[in-house]
Design a protein around this ligand. Structure first.
Ligand code: MTE
Length: 310
């Protein structure tokens, strides 16, 4: 099926900063300030917090075996096959900093160690549905994007969040494939960023996040196809213009900006009606918004003219 491409200028602009980005700013700032003393040399694993599970987002499906999640991956910087966990071990995960800049009151570079101490870290079991029609269920450790944005203060002119991920030619052989538009960039609207489900992930299965899964820090919005989840983030920028994402730059008629999950809208080359659940041998029906519609469908009212799916 041919999917009509919509243009960036068709977006109605929401002027207000979402409430969640404003409330809680004081608490987040206080926490960020407390944790700003660097603690060099702490081993990632030894220092990793055991966090409480947030029961609000139960996935309704069994957690996928850790081995599947850590050995079947998409991370094109390390290669195009699913076994990139081997070369990915060369990625140096500590020290690691993430710059938060652009249209914010207090631009800042955070070390991941400091973020783990300062942010409201918890466990959330999320589904992940890849555009390639496989899926998994993972207990991620992380914190809502809203907490980080509250710490830097989002300006009202910010309309989008742009995520940039690591590009380290010395350890990432995929970067030699110069026809790809490196670095891997992704983005979402400020309204989507303000949804509590938007999650910055620093761990999985109670341990620090492994390189192959996007360690030490990645993004995830579980109602969108997995390619929206930038791995090994280095920079988060608040911007006025819609960022052009990696896959959109390569193949805009197949991978859109919104990339919300909808079983009724096929990829131009395959159906999205069902998905293969990793590690189970099962094929199950795909759900609208990956089953998270009650939390996110309101984000899209008034945007029916956008190409919201796929
Ligand atoms: N992030 C970067 N930097 N590079 C990538 O190639 N692949 C994306 C996403 N994030 C990718 C990325 C895709 S297509 C998917 S499905 C998920 O990561 C896969 O995450 P997982 O390997 O942890 O399952």
């Amino acid at each position: 099926m041919f999917i009509r491409k919509r243009r960036g200028w068709e977006i109605p602009e929401g002027a207000a900063t979402p409430e969640a980005l404003v409330f809680g700013r004081r608490a987040a700032l206080k926490a960020a300030g407390l944790a700003s003393i660097a603690m060099p040399g702490l081993a990632r694993a030894a220092d990793f917090p055991q966090s409480t599970r947030n029961g609000r987002y139960e996935p309704g499906r069994a957690i996928t075996a850790e081995r599947e999640v850590t050995t079947y991956n998409n991370f094109y910087e390390f290669g195009t096959d699913k076994g990139i966990y081997r070369p990915a071990q060369k990625l140096p995960l500590s020290p690691w900093t993430v710059k938060v800049d652009g249209l914010v009151d207090r631009p800042r570079e955070f070390s991941v160690e400091d973020l783990i101490k300062a942010m409201p870290v918890e466990e959330r079991v999320y589904r992940l549905r890849c555009v390639e029609a496989w899926s998994m269920v993972v207990p991620w450790t992380g914190f809502p994007l809203t907490a980080l944005l509250a710490a830097v203060g989002v300006q009202s002119s910010a309309k989008y969040v742009r995520f940039e991920t690591a590009a380290l030619p010395a350890v990432m052989p995929g970067l030699r494939q110069s026809w790809y538009p490196w670095p891997y960039v992704e983005g979402c609207t400020i309204e989507e960023a303000g949804n509590d489900l938007s999650f910055l992930v620093v761990g999985a299965y109670g341990k620090p996040l492994l390189a192959q899964n996007g360690g030490p820090i990645r993004f995830h919005q579980p109602w969108k196809y997995g390619f929206k989840a930038g791995k090994s983030l280095t920079r988060i920028s608040l911007v006025a213009e819609r960022p052009k994402s990696f896959w959109e730059a390569i193949q805009p008629q197949e991978y859109g900006f919104w990339a919300n999950i909808n079983p009724e809208v096929p990829h131009p080359r395959w159906s999205q009606a069902s998905e293969r659940v990793l590690g189970t041998g099962e094929r199950v029906p795909t759900q609208l918004f990956n089953g998270y519609g009650e939390f996110v469908s309101g984000l899209y009212s008034g945007l029916q003219r956008e190409r919201l799916w796929g």
